[in-house]
Design a protein around this ligand. Structure first.
Ligand code: ADP
Ligand code: MG
Length: 706
């Protein structure tokens, strides 16, 4: 007698005592609902030995629970045949981090927590195949536990036949069950300092299928099993781990699972009262990066991004994002990548990826046929899905794949990622802030050209960022000295630490090291800052006071006025106004204030103005022009290109071969007021844009007449 059988009587008693109502309710809904959910805690209270056995031998014990459920007397209905018993809320001793799963956990009842990375389609799996003998019509049933079809090797069961086939599978006589596979990956908040997340496969069946999609945060309770790896020839001696799920618990998607103790909460509250709290936080963001000028603004913006604006649900059910998207554009070697990595470590949920990463799922999501799905389609969430409710840092955005660029529009504004491929239609959530970095594709950044062009990003996409920073690497001796001192100091402190750790005869004292580290130590320890940010995002929901609202409105309308009368050059769009609101809310969250004040609004408009000055100023006229971002070319430049085209057209019309000599173009264009040194640049750009071609070194030809 199996250990579990001796418990059946007790289990029946347990069910009657604790779950009578649930069982009656299940009976009325059966078989639309097929599972009885039992809290492990109740079993433990009822009988510790049953609870212990369940953790050690889940297979036979769950069978015993299901047997007991089946044998429960139901006054008004048939017995619950094939109903499931699903156990939730396992004790913390059975919760095992994915990276710690080992062979001695095999066959035990365990719980793993993580995010769904991939999920296959739900497809029927045959449990019992009905083989009809084509000689005698008799049906032989064969159980199908594995993934390879078992045939009636012993032959037809009919005693008068016993032939070895041929057989035909009768689908209508066979038994099927829905089945689905998935992959669970460690959540970003549980990863220390940018380690790569590990993952495990899970198997779901019957009414557990179709419940999860990539990006979901879950606890999977189930039995850990090993499956032999299949090699092309024969079987491997290595086994892969898979969890056969008994139940799924959904974790609150909105909140991260960072634990903040009561003492820490007090520490955070006290810290927030410091009048210099914002300065302290800015100084604690990437302290090894020397931040003056633009970089100081960048750090301030990154602080606001970490705290985030408030996501709002409007009365009509639509959702407005609170996430602040920021992009850092600029010369190589100005610490863009370093800043991204630091932010990922500070964000309660940060995911780092590179635009050129080769991963199949890319930034958004993909549908692939792979081994996980045994030939079924698998949906895999990319970085923006896995960063749901966090920050996705995407480096090298200039090297993004075209599919990612087009999918980013939706991800940034609607904060969803849709897949429509091979009959699969899925929408995944990607409610994250995007922190991008991009290098100019022509090496160094050119102030005279539009940004969009230089980082190979569609202007419409670029305009979805709340803040765009341009970081130029211009030699400037005072700043250069400061940066150099800072970098050398960082390395010096690092050297001291290494020598102290590794050279036993060293004379370096800890006091000396501490003094040297002073300048590059964050004012607030990263672990505490991370919790501070998580705390603010969870608990603080600022409302703008009337002064703050008025300030934003007047700033925005003034910005619009700058563009008046200059026909097409619109200086700002309503998108910028929404960005201002988000930044203002984030600024209030920094000091844990539920009220956003004029100070917050001012900080925001100053920061925005700084950014606009860098990117929206037309270098030829000095005036503001948001078209520099959105269209890539400023209005005055567009006008000049228009004039140049006219010139080329006129010359070509009177010349053989429809081409215009460059010397002639320069002469004519100068007469119309375009400086000689600009003409070459414009011609270069028109040729890159495919508007003109150069049949030889001296001539250009218009591709289209207009
Ligand atoms: P990017 O991604 O912009 O090309 P990186 O982030 O790779 O640049 O930075 C290159 C190196 O220069 C890094 O080691 C970084 O720490 C250093 N660096 C650049 N600017 C600064 C600065 N202002 N302060 C300290 N270090 C800096
Ligand atoms: Mg870089």
């Amino acid at each position: 007698m199996a250990a579990s059988e001796k418990w059946i009587k007790n289990i029946k008693e347990f069910l009657k005592l604790y779950y009578n109502d649930e069982i009656m309710s299940l009976a009325t809904k059966f078989p639309d609902k097929k599972s009885l959910y039992i809290d492990f805690f109740n079993i433990e209270v009822f009988n510790k030995d049953i609870a212990a056995d369940l953790l050690e031998s889940p297979d036979s014990m769950i069978e015993a629970f299901e047997q007991a459920l089946f044998e429960t007397d139901l006054p008004f209905s048939e017995p619950l045949k094939d109903a499931h018993v699903r156990i939730t809320n396992l004790p913390s001793t059975s919760k095992i981090p994915i990276r710690d799963l080992r062979s001695n956990d095999l066959s035990r009842f365990i719980a793993v927590e993580g995010m769904v990375r991939r999920a296959t389609e739900v497809r029927p799996k045959i449990l019992k195949a009905a083989f009809r003998c084509l000689r005698c019509e008799h049906i032989t049933y064969v159980d199908q536990p594995g993934s390879k079809m078992e045939e009636p090797y012993a032959g037809c069961e009919n005693e008068n036949c016993l032939k070895k086939g041929p057989f035909k599978i009768e689908i209508s006589e066979s038994e099927f069950e829905d089945s689905q596979k998935g992959q669970i990956q460690e959540s970003p908040e549980n990863l220390k300092g940018g380690t790569n997340p590990q993952s495990i496969e899970i198997k779901l069946s019957d009414d557990l299928t179709g419940q999860i999609s990539p990006g979901d945060r879950v606890i999977i309770n189930g039995t850990l099993r090993s499956v032999q790896r299949l090699l092309r020839e024969g079987k491997s001696t290595y086994y892969d781990l898979i969890i056969e799920a008994n139940s799924i618990e959904r974790l609150d998607q909105e909140f991260d699972s960072l634990d903040i103790s009561a003492e820490e909460e007090k520490e955070i509250r006290d810290l927030s009262k410091d009048p210099r709290i914002d300065e302290k936080i800015i100084a604690s963001i990437a302290p090894t990066i020397y931040g003056s000028g633009v970089l100081r603004n960048v750090k301030e913006a990154l602080m606001l991004q970490l705290f985030s604006g408030v996501a709002k649900e409007l009365p009509d059910g639509s959702r407005v994002r609170g996430d602040i998207h920021i992009i850092l554009v600029g010369d190589p070697g100005v610490a863009k990548s370093q800043l991204l990595r630091y932010i990922v470590r500070l964000s309660p949920r940060g995911v780092f990826t590179s635009g050129k990463s080769a991963s199949a799922s890319g930034l958004t999501a993909s549908a692939v046929r792979d081994e996980l799905g045994d030939g079924r389609w698998t949906i895999e969430g990319g970085a923006l899905v896995m960063a749901d409710m966090g920050i996705a840092a995407v480096d090298e955005m200039d090297k993004m794949r075209e599919e990612d660029k087009s999918a980013l529009h939706e991800a940034m504004e609607q904060q969803t990622v849709s897949i429509a491929k091979a009959g699969i239609i899925a929408t995944l959530k990607s409610r994250c802030a995007l922190l991008g970095a991009a290098n100019p594709i022509y090496g160094r950044f050119n102030r005279y050209e539009g940004i969009a062009d230089q980082i190979d990003m569609p202007p419409a996409l670029l305009s979805r960022f709340d803040l765009i920073f341009v970081l130029l690497d211009i030699p400037e001796s005072t700043t250069d000295t400061k940066i150099a001192t800072h970098i050398v100091q960082t390395h010096y402190a690092g050297e001291l630490i290494q020598q102290k750790r590794n050279v036993s005869s060293t004379k370096i004292t800890q006091e000396y090291i501490d003094a040297q580290i002073e300048a590059i130590n964050p004012e607030i320890e990263p672990e505490l800052l991370r919790k501070y940010i998580a705390y603010a995002r969870r608990n603080i929901y600022p409302v703008m006071d009337s002064e703050a609202r008025e300030h934003l409105i007047s700033f925005y309308t003034n910005l619009r006025k700058l563009g008046e009368g200059k026909d097409a050059a619109v200086p700002a769009t309503a998108r910028q106004l929404e960005a201002l609101v988000r930044l203002t809310e984030a600024s209030a969250r920094v000091r844990l204030d539920n009220r956003a004040t004029i100070e917050d609004a001012r900080r925001t408009t100053e920061l925005t103005l700084e950014c606009l000055k860098q990117v929206g100023v037309d270098p030829t006229t000095g005036s503001f022009d948001i078209d520099m971002i959105t269209a890539g070319v400023s209005k005055s430049q567009r006008d000049k290109i228009g004039i140049l085209k006219d010139v080329i057209r006129t010359i070509a019309d009177r010349t053989q071969g429809n081409k215009a000599h460059i010397t002639e173009i320069i002469v004519e264009a100068e007469k119309l007021g375009i400086p000689k040194e600009e003409i070459e640049t414009y011609l270069e750009r028109m040729s890159r844009a495919g508007e003109i071609i150069r049949p030889d070194i001296e001539h250009v030809r218009l591709v289209t007449r207009y």
